[in-house]
Design a protein around this ligand. Structure first.
Ligand code: SAM
Length: 342
C-alpha cells in the first residue's frame, strides 16, 4: 500500500465518514431540534456511482475505514446497493454504519449480506417516554428491534452510542451498560458537543468523562483503562467483571492530535474537521469530468495542508456557548451536524 498521506501534524488520511443523506426521522434536541430545515437540493446529492468513485479515490490515498452516516443513513433508498459497491472496493478494510436504528429491523440482514461489517446504533435512553420528549419519536421499540435484528444478522462488535446530557439521561449510565452487556454490545457514552445543530447547548448540560467515571466507579468499583487504537475517538474502560465500555470525551478532553477522520456530505462537500467553517466542493470537480488523478491531487494537497483542531480550539473559548444560532444554520445547512455526518 502507498505511504499514508499526512497533514501538518503528521495525522494520516485514514478514516472517512460518508453522510449519505441529510434527512433524519428523529428530531433529537441536541442535533435537529427544529421542525423545519433547509435541505440540500436534491440534484446536488451524489449518486451511488459518484460516491463510490470518491471512495475509490480516497482509498487510493490510504483511507481504509469508511463509516456511513447522515442524517439517518437508512433513509437513503437502496442503501444495501451502495454498501455492496463500497464493500467490493479494494483498500476498504472496515465498512461501518452509524444509525438511529428505527429502520434497522428491516435492513440489518440485507446490509450484512451486502458486506457491511459493523453497526453502531444510537440509543440515548432505555425509557420510551424520554425518547418521545427528547427526540419527538414514539418508536423506541423499533430501535430495540433494530438492535436485536443487528445481532441476529451476525453483526459482531455491536456498539451503542449514548449522548449523555445532564438532567436527561445521566441517571441511566449503569442501566445502559447492563443493557449492552446483556446483548453482547458495547456502549460508548458521548459528551454533549457544541456542534452545529446543538443550538441549545450549554456547558452545564455536559457530563464530563471524569464525572461519568466517578459515577460508574461508585456503582461498580475500580475501573481500568483499556489500551486500544490510538486513532479511535473513544477511550475504553473495563469494569471489575470484565465488561467494557467507551467514553468519547470530545468536549472536555478533545483528541484532535490523533484525528484521522474527515467527512463527505451527501452533496460531496469534504470537511476536514467537524468544526470546520468551510468544506471543499468535490462534487463540482466530479461533475466537471475531472479524472481520478485530478481528484486525488486536490484531496492529497488539501490534506497535506490540514491544520484543523476544532475541538481543542473550542476548549479555549471563554464563555463557551452554542457554536451556531439557528439563523446561521439556515443560511448554510452545511454547518449542521446532520449534514456533516456525526
Ligand atoms: N442518524 C444516525 C444516528 O442517529 O446515529 C447517524 C447520524 S448522527 C448525527 C451520529 C451521531 O452523532 C449519533 O450518535 C448522535 O447521537 C451524535 N450526535 C449528534 N449531535 C450530537 C451532539 N450535539 N453531541 C454529541 N453527539 C451528537
Amino acid at each position: 500500500m502507498s505511504e499514508a498521506v499526512r497533514d501538518t501534524f503528521g495525522r494520516p488520511l485514514a478514516s472517512l465518514r460518508l453522510s449519505v443523506t441529510d434527512r433524519c426521522n428523529l428530531r433529537c434536541r441536541y442535533c435537529m431540534p427544529e421542525d423545519q430545515y433547509v435541505w440540500l437540493p436534491r440534484a446536488s446529492i451524489l449518486t451511488f456511482e459518484e460516491t463510490e468513485r470518491l471512495v475509490r479515490v480516497f482509498a487510493g490515498l490510504g483511507v481504509h475505514k469508511v463509516r456511513l452516516t447522515g442524517g439517518e443513513p437508512l433513509l437513503r433508498h437502496d442503501l444495501a446497493m451502495l454498501v455492496g459497491m463500497i464493500a467490493r472496493r479494494e483498500g476498504v478494510s472496515d465498512l461501518a454504519m452509524t444509525t438511529n436504528g428505527l429502520l434497522l429491523a428491516q435492513q440489518a440482514a440485507p446490509l450484512r449480506a451486502a458486506g457491511l461489517r459493523r453497526v453502531t446504533v444510537s440509543l440515548d435512553t432505555l425509557r420510551p417516554e424520554r425518547m418521545l420528549a427528547f427526540a419527538k419519536s414514539a418508536r423506541h421499540a423499533d430501535v430495540l428491534a433494530g438492535i436485536a435484528a443487528a445481532r441476529a444478522a451476525g453483526f459482531g462488535a455491536l456498539k451503542l452510542n449514548t449522548v449523555v446530557i445532564r438532567g436527561f439521561n445521566d441517571d441511566e449510565l449503569a442501566d445502559l451498560i447492563e443493557f449492552a452487556r446483556a446483548r453482547d454490545a458495547e456502549v460508548r457514552f458521548i459528551e454533549y458537543m457544541d456542534v452545529g445543530g446543538a443550538t441549545r447547548w450549554s456547558m452545564d448540560q455536559v457530563v464530563s468523562q471524569r464525572e461519568m467515571l466517578e459515577t460508574l466507579g461508585r456503582r461498580y468499583g475500580r475501573i481500568e483503562p483499556v489500551a486500544g487504537d490510538p486513532h479511535a475517538p473513544a477511550d475504553r474502560f473495563r469494569l471489575p467483571d470484565g465488561t467494557t465500555f467507551g467514553i468519547i470525551a470530545s468536549t472536555t478532553a478533545p483528541f484532535c492530535r490523533s484525528c484521522d477522520r474527515s467527512r463527505v456530505t451527501a452533496d460531496g462537500t469534504w470537511f476536514l474537521c467537524l468544526y470546520a467553517e468551510r468544506g471543499v466542493d468535490l462534487r463540482d470537480l466530479l461533475r466537471r469530468g475531472a479524472g481520478d488523478a485530478e481528484l486525488a491531487a486536490l484531496i492529497r494537497d488539501t490534506w497535506q495542508g490540514r491544520a484543523d483542531r476544532g475541538a481543542e480550539q473550542r476548549l479555549g473559548v471563554a464563555d463557551r456557548g452554542a457554536l451556531y444560532r439557528i439563523d446561521s444554520l439556515r443560511a448554510d445547512p452545511h454547518r449542521e451536524m446532520h449534514t456533516r455526518g456525526g
